[in-house]
Ligand binder design. Sequence first.
Ligand code: NAP
Length: 242
Amino acid sequence: MAALKGRVALVTGGSRGIGRAIAISLAEAGAAVAVNYLSKSAEAQAVVEAIHGQGGRAVSVGADVSQAAAVKGMVAGVERELGPVDILINNAGIAINRPVDELTEDDFDRTMAVNLKSVFLCTQAVLPGMRKRRWGRIVNISSGAARGAGGVGPHYNTSKAGMEGMTRGYAARLVKDGITVNAVAPSLIQTDMVGAVASSASRIPLGRFGKPEECSLIVMMLIENEYMTGQTVALSGGLSFL
Ligand code: NAP
């Protein structure tokens, strides 16, 4: 399990849910992991301690990834503590769940800033170092809502569709630099977010919610595979096919 030994990974929104599972999988594969969070520092610290408990290297780093200055500070801090970032997982996201007639401009702007602009800010911040080392892996956590109806609302659909466009745009421009950029599009993974959006798994053909660990398995597959870039892998218990 030492495939990523010597690599440094940054997982945005690594304190809970899907990001937490990805952080732990990366550490199990040998990477040193920076666990980003917005406000839940104790949860992020618990992920760091779980990684330390398995003999891995990890730090927690608080930053609002929708803010350019915070992202700059976060990446500088990670570089100081662990080294330059080789693997970026753009996972942090929000799902403002409101009936369409009650959605506000602020809901739209906040969703775009956290779910989409953050991907641009974090990617731009780590790119120069990846280019210099001629190796990098970027995985964006999209959603079935990028292409399907989704259960949150059009603001959320838009943010995730934009993320998939950004995935292809970066992939095309970075492939010659040894950097791959892919996305995973989960639907209804058992996390705090899904608890607030869907009360039952009855819509899912498999008959249950997905597990965060099932999502991290796909992320690890994408990180291993140099020949795959610009792609989105759906993970939905049969709910949608891309
Ligand atoms: P979650 O349990 O609600 O966790 C969200 C994570 O994002 C937390 O770590 C949170 O930090 C962090 N975060 C939120 N806003 C942030 C900000 N501005 N800056 C930094 N971190 C921020 O969500 P999840 O279900 O694991 O979802 C993770 C990703 O998967 C999201 O992008 C989501 O859209 C996507 N997704 C999830 C599902 C699903 O079924 N669960 C389906 C499709 C896509 P704190 O802990 O500090 O609050």
